[in-house]
Write a protein that binds this ligand. Structure first.
Ligand code: HEM
Length: 506
């Protein structure tokens, strides 16, 4: 009879002791106003209520910093809903974390969001040996020289995209730009990584639908976001969809292990990864699992983030006609004044994409203001401390270290007129110029050994898409409720309402 009340009492005492211990930990640490009972929850509530309810939390650190005059780093006490955090918003300190210490990823927290989509051993969340093997296996396939080989295939997929846009232009309807961009870039990713042709632009492609079914099961409600996914039905669906996705990718991988590359003179990333592993040992189950997890990671991470970036770029250009004009002029200069010839020029001279300096600056500026993955979440270590310029050492343990690039890239002292969309800043080479971008301050792909593996593919495809679409169409971003685009949380940060857009033929 007494067991239950005693257990409850013990639990209450434990929770209180834990609360006191947690809250005390923040006594001498820099941060926003701290409450003895609520920690930083009140601050978080105030910041969250200043944004739309679905806005991505990656923006919180920037707003917090502005509101409370915080410095280059600060600590956040959000126990028991989130681990205690050390937030970094300065390039040099960020480089300490991701380059010098190369702190491991905070895998358990990250997998809550992506584990069911990408697999437990995904390159993005793995550490140590698992990470090293998958990174080394797929690095050869993403060398800039190899990536350039995909230009003709990318051009084909973008021309299909132009057909889709043309249909919308004829109908003059308002459509979700994010969906059509994601479908195109899914095709490009599958082609570049596996050498297969998907049909996601026009029809429901089985491969894409399997990903989408899993992505739709990412934590949405409060409890599953912060504590544990309490829905048994959702847990079951994740397991079932996950198996179906693994079987699908497994078939593709097995086919390549057995039959080798499908194109004679061209290795795709999967072929390079297979030959890298065959060189060292026979293909065992662990290696096969690694290949499956990596393919899922590359295709999902690649298409999702690139599609959002394209949307941010279109939205920014629709608001800044003079910038759009300058981009079009660059395309005229490099590819001739007839847009219809650009596709064949690109196929024949893929290196021309290296000369799209202003176009690249526009993409970089979109990534600065709206990074799709604006944070890198690392696990602090007892032996590692953060050293500030005055020589003080600050603990990284027992904190989750949140390198918040989203906030860093909105700092007025690093990016003059930080809220302004101003691509020219990325072309400034004189360090005395107020718009000069300081070293390591622009970091939407993160830096160091865990930097984005697909950066060169992402930038290449975005440049090609802009060359083939901007002179053919006018893009108008149409929020009928009077709002304008902001970033919402949907596994990564995506444009609100999927970026409602109307296109017209020029
Ligand atoms: C504009 C598009 C993209 C952006 C903004 C982006 C951004 C990022 C960022 C910030 C990270 C580090 C994440 C972290 O620290 O937790 C990352 C990692 C990664 N990205 Fe991308 N990415 C893009 C496109 C791509 C593409 C096209 C691919 C491949 C096809 C790709 C594959 C990866 C992989 C495999 C990692 C994990 C690398 C590792 O941990 O070793 N990404 N990306």
């Amino acid at each position: 009879m007494l067991i239950l009340p005693l257990a409850l009492l013990a639990l209450t005492v434990y929770a209180l002791c834990r609360l006191v211990q947690q809250r005390r930990m923040f006594r001498n640490l820099p941060g926003p106003p701290h409450h003895a009972i609520w920690g930083h929850f009140l601050v978080m509530r105030d910041i969250a209520s200043s944004l739309p309810p679905d806005a991505t939390p990656q923006l919180f650190a920037h707003l917090m910093r502005e509101r409370y005059g915080l410095g280059d780093f600060f600590y956040l006490d959000l126990w028991p809903l989130a681990p205690p955090q050390l937030v970094i918003v300065q390039p040099e300190l960020a480089m300490q974390v991701v380059q010098k210490m190369n702190l491991p990823k905070e895998s358990a927290v990250m997998r809550k969001w992506t584990g069911h989509i990408l697999g437990e051993k995904s390159m993005v969340t793995a550490n140590g040996h698992d990470w090293l093997v998958s990174r080394k296996s797929f690095t050869p396939g993403f060398q800039p020289r190899k990536v350039l080989q995909h230009v003709p295939g990318i051009v084909d997929d973008v021309l299909d995209f132009c057909d889709v846009l043309r249909d919308h232009a004829v109908k003059q309807d308002i459509f979700g730009m994010e969906d059509v961009c994601a479908r195109m870039i899914f095709n490009i990713s599958a082609r570049a990584i596996l050498g297969i042709k998907c049909n996601a632009q026009r029809n429901d492609d089985e491969f894409l639908e399997l990903f989408r079914a899993q992505a739709s099961l990412a934590p949405q409600d409060f409890w599953s976001r912060y504590l544990y996914d309490i829905s048994l039905r959702r847990q079951y669906q994740k397991w079932k969809n996950g198996r179906a996705l693994d079987r699908y990718v497994g078939r593709l991988v097995d086919d390549r292990i057995i039959n080798g590359p499908i194109e004679k003179n061209m290795n795709h990333a999967i072929d390079d990864a297979i030959s890298f592993n065959n060189r060292n040992k026979n293909m065992d189950t662990g290696t096969r699992d690694m290949l499956i997890a990596s393919v899922k990671t590359l295709i999902f991470a690649g298409h999702d983030t690139s599609a959002s970036t394209l949307c941010y770029t279109y939205a920014a250009l629709s608001k800044h006609p003079h910038i759009l004009q300058r981009v079009r002029e660059e395309h005229d200069t490099l590819f001739g004044s007839d847009p219809a010839t650009a596709a064949s020029t690109l196929r024949e001279h893929p290196h021309l994409t290296n000369n799209l300096h202003y176009t690249l600056a526009v993409i970089k500026e979109a990534l600065r203001l709206w990074p799709p993955t604006g944070v890198s979440l690392r696990a602090g270590q007892p032996t590692q401390t953060l050293k500030t310029a005055d020589g003080t050492q600050w603990p990284t343990y027992p904190f989750a270290v949140l390198v918040n690039n989203c906030a860093t890239m909105r700092r007025e002292d690093l990016f003059k007129d930080a809220e302004r969309f101003y691509p020219e800043r990325h072309l400034v080479t004189d360090p005395q110029d107020p718009y000069f971008v300081p070293k390591d301050a622009w970091r939407p792909f993160e830096k160091g050994p865990r930097a984005c593996l697909g950066q060169s593919l992402a930038l290449l495809q975005l440049k090609i898409i802009l060359v083939l679409t901007l002179r053919g169409f006018d893009f108008e971003t149409v929020y009928e409720d009077g709002s304008f685009m902001y970033q919402v949380l949907d596994v990564t940060a995506k444009p609100s309402q999927g970026l409602p857009t109307r296109v017209s033929l020029r």
